[in-house]
Design a protein around this ligand. Sequence first.
Ligand SMILES: [Zn+2]
Length: 359
Amino acid sequence: MRLAAAVFTGAAALVLLGAAAPGPEEVFARRTQAVTPHVWLIDKPAVTDPPFEGNVVVIEQDAGLVVVDAGGSPVSGRNVVDQIRGISPKPVRFLIYTHYHGDHNLGAGAFRAAWPGLTIISTEATRRNMTGAPMDYVKTYAKSYGDMAAYAAKQAKDESLPQGLRDGWARTAAAGPGMVAGYTGMSVYPADVTFSDRLSIPDATSPVEVMFLGRGNTDGDAVIWAPKEKVLASGDLVVAPVPYAAHTYPGEWIAVLQKLKGFDFAFLVPGHGAVQTDRAYVDKVIATLASVRDQVGPLAKADVPLDEVRKRIDLSAIRQDFAGDDPWKRFLMDAAFLNDLVSNAYKEARGEEVIQGKG
Ligand SMILES: [Zn+2]
């Protein structure tokens, strides 16, 4: 993690000196870590730097591999496929999407090319989102990231900002050209098979259960449980070290996280970030969601405008708890988590719907 961060910082310095920016292969690079004798995590090391890339989990069964999520761009998918081939010569038989957000499935084309017999699985809601408006943003993804990289380059030079924040923006700017190239020419690959509550992939060695436990991170999150390995893959219901809240249902999210705690897992693989070996981080997220709901709910019901609610509530302890004094992580706390969590808690308290795919 530290080494990867140093590499990214080095890349930022090169760009500022006018040298070539890292290409998409580097920007979307992956590594493999063994979790159990039959389960591996394929992740992008610098988890709090763009591009934000979902974790990939590989479960080895007797007849082939079951993979959770596919990487977030065509080049990311190719990198993931290369890593899988380094793990096992067995074919991938099943690819499961945890949810529709592109950082978890836009690499699926490489899977289709590598293993034509592959079956892609998701919840019905995720398939609906991937064949409808919520995923339209993919068409303008490269442009959005180009705009973000240009903004990042400006922020990196802003001497009024804390150095740690400027460094984060410099890393983002350095990754910009690689992200734009990587997010160009993308296709969406909706699931072949869907389920509403539960789907089993039996196996003598490593059986897999795929479940929908309720709305949380999106309206159709799949949770993957490998009982013999005691591995639970949560998708973005759990994201570490900074949670993600764009399209969440805060109250139902808490209920789903409580269900996750009920599994007898030894390893919880989040949608992004490090493998959890206990329930402490999930407890911290639950307490945070409850605190935000408790603060926002009464004000929302009293018709206090959302902008005014943001001024009246106090999120400083939460920010400190997750991000400490790191300026970049504090920025991400607001941009990826708290701003959306407050909006969604506000909607929830007022009985308004969270629209999938909308900012
Ligand atoms: Zn994600």
